[in-house]
Design a protein. Structure first.
Length: 189
């Protein structure tokens, strides 16, 4: 069975992106989901001086190991001032010190949501542009605007047009994950 890691790129204990990542991962078929919490990977702020003095934190190594052990990655980005949250950026910076490609050529579904009408489109665009250069195979992306208006913990995405768009992107990701399984099975037979 294929394994994906899923997480909201925020350290807030009330993160709507963590809630969205959890819900989205539960919509996938025939995969084992490892839901991560960035709070479990809290590290000192990256600096070259700190790395020289103390080395790379175990949390960064553990995060990179989880990336390496997965078949795919589902991230829902919080947008802080048009960019990544400090918690995600710091985890990413430390993980990048463990070698390239940073995302280990994993299939990715990049999402974002926010309370406002842009749905974290700024940070999502940044990730979509940069992750392929950092070893991420971006298969799907989706932005959910106005989280409080368009999402319910009971039913998920409540707007039918947005739900259809999400389902199409999820299907692309799910299909890509399972196609790699089919290719691996064919290669061994």
């Amino acid at each position: 069975m294929k394994t994906i890691i899923a997480f909201g790129a925020s350290s807030s204990t009330k993160s709507i992106n963590q809630q969205f990542a959890r819900w989205a991962s539960e919509q996938m078929e025939d995969v084992e989901v490892r839901l991560l919490d960035l709070n479990d990977f809290e590290m000192p702020i990256y600096s070259m001086d700190r790395e020289e003095a103390s080395g790379i934190p175990q949390e960064a190594k553990k995060f990179k190991d989880l990336v390496n052990q997965s078949d795919g990655i589902l991230i829902s980005f919080a947008e802080h001032n048009g960019s990544y949250s400090a918690a995600f950026k710091n985890t990413f910076d430390w993980m990048s010190r463990l070698g390239r490609p940073i995302w280990s050529d994993k299939l990715m579904f990049l999402m974002g949501t926010s309370p406002g009408p842009r749905g974290a489109k700024g940070v999502l665009s940044t990730a979509e542009t940069s992750f392929p250069h950092q070893g991420g195979q971006v298969v799907s992306s989706f932005s959910l605007p106005s989280f409080g208006k368009n999402f319910s913990s009971d039913i998920g995405i409540s707007d039918s047009e947005l739900k259809n768009e999400f389902e199409a992107q999820l299907e692309k990701f799910n299909k890509a994950i399972h196609e790699t399984q089919d290719q691996e099975t064919s290669a061994t037979t």
